[in-house]
Ligand binder design. Sequence first.
Ligand code: GCW
Length: 697
Amino acid sequence: MAEDGYDLWLRYPAAEPAAAEVIAAHARELVADDASPTLAAARAELTRALTSFTGKPPAVVGSPTQSGALILGTARSPLIAGLELPLGRAGEEGYLIRSASVDGRAVTVIAANSDRGVLYGTFHYLRLLQTRQPLDGLDIASQPRTRIRVLDHWDNLDRHVERGYAGESIWDWHKLPGWLEPRYTDYARACASVGINGSVLTNVNANATSLTPAYLEKAAALAGVFRPYGVRVYLTARFSAPIELGGLKTADPLDPAVRAWWKAKIDEIYRYIPDFGGLLVKANSEGQPGPQDYHRTHADGANMLAEPLAAHGGIVMWRAFVYSSDNTEDRAKQAYSEFVPLDGKFADNVLVQVKNGPIDFQPREPFSPLFGAMPKTPLMMEFQLTKEYLGFATHLVYLGTLFEEALAADTMVAGKGSTVARVVDGELHGYKLTGMAGVANIGTDRNWSGSDFNQANWYAFGRLAWDPFAGARGIAEEWVRMTFSDDASVVKPIVDMMMGSREAAVDYMTPLGLAHLMGTGHHYGPAPWVSDLKRPEWNPTYYHRAAADGIGFERGPHGTGAVLQYSAPVAARYGSVKTTPENLLLWFHHLPWDYRMKSGDTLWNELVRHYDHGVAVVSQMRSTWAALQGRVDAGRFEQVSAFLAIQEQEAQWWRDACVAYFQSLSKRPLPAGAAAPAHPLEYYQALKFPYAPGQAR
Ligand code: GCW
C-alpha cells in the first residue's frame, strides 16, 4: 500500500511472520466490553491494529477460555477486580499493563480507574506491539504528570490558520454540525494515542462569533466526536465579546452587567457542551482587547471568567504572552513585570499559560523567568508545534530537543534541580492544576502537519505533556519505529538526524543567542537588517543590536537588567559574560566583534562558523536520507528528499544573507575557508514574499 502520511504513527502495518505470531499469541482472545463509548473506542482500536498486524481479528469473549487473552477494563469489571491489581498506581487517568494469570491461564491485562485510562493503556500496549517490545513479564504503570494537555489551534472561522503551514483549518465550520468529517475522529484518536485531552478549537486572536449559538452548536458537534477519546473542547474568548455580541457599552470586568453577560454566556456554552473544558484568553497583547483597557488587571479579567466556569468545572487559561505598544521596557522583561505582582491573585481554576521563552518561540531562547517566580499561581507551559520561526513546513526540525531543553532548564528557585519540568508538573510549588499547551501544526494537508517529520512534533508534545521528564531521543525513536520502519538500520540514522536538526536550524538562523531575525510579518527567511517598523520591538535590529562596535543585547545588570528576573544563582550565571553559556551569549550580552570565545577564536569568526556549520548539517541530513532510498516507502521518501533540498537551499540563503549583513557592520574578513555569500547584501534585502503562508489576518 502506498503511504501518504495520513495514518501518522498509527499505521499498524502487517507484521513479519515471527512477530505476527508473538503478537497473536498474546491476543488469542480479547476480553473487552464496550459498555461506554470510550471502552468501545479502545476495543475498536485494538481490533483494528491486531487484525492488521496478524491478518485476522481477535475473538472477543466474555472471559478467557485459553492462555494468551488480552483483558481490558476498569475495576467495574469483576474479572479485573478479582485480580486485585494495585490500581492506585494508575491514578485517575493512567493505567497498568500487566502479565497475569486467570484460573491458571496466562493473560495480559490493561487496567485503569477510568475508561479514559483504559484507552490510554491500550495505546501504550499498541506502542509496545508497534515497536516490537517483549510482551511477557509486563509490569507497567503510568499516569500523566500534568492534568491539562491541550492543543491550541490558531484556527480562524474562515479556515485560515494563523501560522499554519499544513493547509486550511481541519474544522469545516460551514458544514458543521451537519457533516462530521471522518478526519475529526482520526484527529481525536491521534490525540488520545499520546494522551492529549483537550483541544482549543479557535485562534487566540479571537473572534466573538465563535461564542454565538450557531457556532456553539458546531463546537458541540466536534465535542461529540472527541468525547469518546477523552478530548475536551475549549474555546478562546474575545474579551470585548460583551460589547460585540451583547451590545453592552463596556467590557469592564468589574462591571456587573458585563459579569452577568459572561455568566449567562458560559451557562449557555454548558448547555451545548456539558463537559466544556473552558476558555483560553489572549488579552492586552498585540492589539487584543483586555481588562487593562478599563484599568483593571489580568487577574480581574481572568477571575471574572473563572467564577462562572468554576460552577461547571471549567478552567481559564490566561496567556502571559503580553507586551505592549507603549511600554519601552525590554520586551523580554514585560511578561514577568506584568504577572509576578499578580501571584496569588488568580482564582483557583485559572492557569497562566507561559511560552517557554521570554519573547516568542524563537529557535533558541532561555527559559521564561516566570517559571519559578509564581509559586501561588499554576503556570502551564506553552510550546509552539507549528514552525513559525523554524522553517515552516519544509525544514526538518525535530522540536523534541527544544521542548526537552526548556523543561530541563534549572530555575534554581529552590536550590539546584528546580527545573521548569518540576514547576510545570506542579511538584515544586504544589500546584493543584497543571498543564501543557502546544500550538497545533495541523491542517487539511493529507499528512496533517505539512510534512511527515512535523508529525513528530505533535507526537513529542503529547508524550512530554504526559511526562515532562521523558527524553527527546527515546520519543524520536518510538516515533520513527512506528512512522517509518522498525528496521534498526533505518531507525538509527533517522533518529540521529532528528536529534541534530534543531541545533542545525539554530546555527543557520540565529546562532549564539541571536533571535528574531526573520522577515517582517510572515517570518519567512532572513531579514536582520529591518529597522523601519513602527514599534521598536518589531525590528530585528532591536534584538541583535549589531553595529560597528559589536553585536548582542545587553540584558545584564548594566544593561536592561533582564537577568535579574531570574533567581540569584541564575541571574549571576547569565549576568556575567564569562559564565553565560555560549549558545545564549548574544541574548544576554553585547560584545565586541573581536571578543575571544572559549575556542580562542573571535566572536565574529565563530558566528560565521556557526552559520556554515548549520548549512553543513543540513547537507549531511540530505545524504543520510538519500542513503535510505528503498527502505522507506517511495511516496514519503520523495517528499522528504525534496523538502530537504529546499531546506538546504534556504539554510544557505539564511547563512549568506546574515553573513553579508553582519559583515557590513563588523567590517571583518571572513574566517579562513568560509565562502563569500553568493550575492551582495542588496540582493537579499530586495527579496519580497507577499504571499508567504500563515500570516496573521
Ligand atoms: O508568535 C506570535 C505570532 C502571532 C501570534 C502571537 C501569539 C496568535 O507571530 O501570530 O498570534 O505570537 O502567540 O499570540
